[in-house]
Design a protein around this ligand. Structure first.
Ligand code: NAD
Length: 289
């Protein structure tokens, strides 16, 4: 397949590398990055010209909309625009409608699994869009990931992603505040992990990404809270969930509080540049307000 890959940063570069390794022809474009091994075009439109599938992996919805404006007219009829970035549901739907109006297929296909999953080809894709567009891109999802769930129509992939990450933000905060409480109650952290990870308080945040250094499997906590998944990216996703809750008139009090806590952590405290699990040292330092 002829593939264009636009946005070759921390995620996009290793995803494109896996497509090339599998024998696909990939033409890339990025305003900053020039990863080795990818043939680069002079513009997004040039990269998209003649491609069967255009994959985008960009920072946010505003940039996605700007890139879509540049490439849609250049894409060949029947080609598929597959956005793998995490963006707001409204931008995902708007770009899909614009692409479909121009005779193209469109998918929103955000990922879970981080840079490790991108490198190892073990991402999970959550996908919104038509059956036909999904069928076209599925072989590429199989190369870049271990699983692709077709969640529904345009926007459904982004909806699934922000709901998942809202749960993740809330459970990480709950796990961190519980560890800090356990400390103050004199409970050994390893004992806390041994109990909770096999009891009803277990979660991915506790069991797979334990925020306490030296406890549970290896995680950013064991590496000075170097990301991993940065607190500011969690804040971005929590904001997207609250933006969606606002426009869908959904009551999400825990998500709202998680967004406010991560905002405070990133903007007013020392959370910027830290992994999102560094909420634990934050709670350790605090007393009851
Ligand atoms: P990144 O900042 O490393 O990469 C984004 C790339 O887009 C950069 O190389 C940038 O130069 C390029 N870019 C910006 N504007 C552009 C334009 N107009 N045209 C072409 N290229 C442009 O970010 P990332 O970590 O690769 O994340 C990409 C997306 O994936 C984000 O939406 C993020 O939320 C999502 N995501 C990231 C992770 C993660 O662990 N990093 C995990 C899941 C999802």
């Amino acid at each position: 397949m002829n593939i264009a890959f636009i946005g070759l940063g921390n995620m996009g570069a290793p995803m494109a590398a896996n497509l090339i390794k599998a024998g696909h022809s990939v033409t890339g474009f990025d305003t900053q990055a020039t990863p080795a091994g990818v043939t680069m075009a002079a513009s997004a439109a040039e990269a998209a010209t003649g491609a069967d599938v255009v994959i985008t992996m960009l920072p946010n919805g505003a940039i996605l909309r700007a890139v879509a404006d540049q490439i849609i007219a250049a894409m060949k009829p029947g080609a598929v625009l597959c956005d793998c970035s995490t963006v707001d549901v409204d931008s995902a739907k708007a770009v899909a409608a614009q692409a479909e109006a121009a005779g193209l297929g469109a998918l929103d296909a955000p990922v879970s699994g981080g840079t490790g999953g991108a490198t190892n080809g073990t991402l999970t894709f959550m996908v919104g869009g038509s059956d036909a567009a999904f069928a076209t891109v599925q072989p590429l999802f199989e190369i870049m990931g271990q699983k692709a769930v077709h969640c529904g129509a345009a926007g459904a992939g982004q909806s699934a992603k922000i709901c998942n990450n809202m749960i993740l933000g809330v459970t990480m905060i709950a796990t961190c505040e519980a560890f800090a409480l356990a400390d103050k109650l004199g409970l050994d952290r390893q004992k806390m992990f041994d109990v909770v990870s096999t009891s009803s308080g277990y979660s991915w945040s506790m069991n797979a990404y334990c925020p306490a250094p030296g406890v549970g499997p290896q995680s950013p906590a064991d590496n000075g809270y170097k990301p991993g998944f940065a607190a500011e990216l969690m804040l971005k996703d929590l904001r997207l969930s609250q933006q969606a809750a606002e426009s869908a008139d959904a009551d999400t009090p825990m998500g709202q509080l998680a967004a406010a806590l991560y905002q405070q952590f990133v903007e007013a405290e020392d959370g910027k540049g830290m992994d999102f699990s560094a909420m634990l040292p934050r709670f350790e330092k605090r007393g009851r307000a």
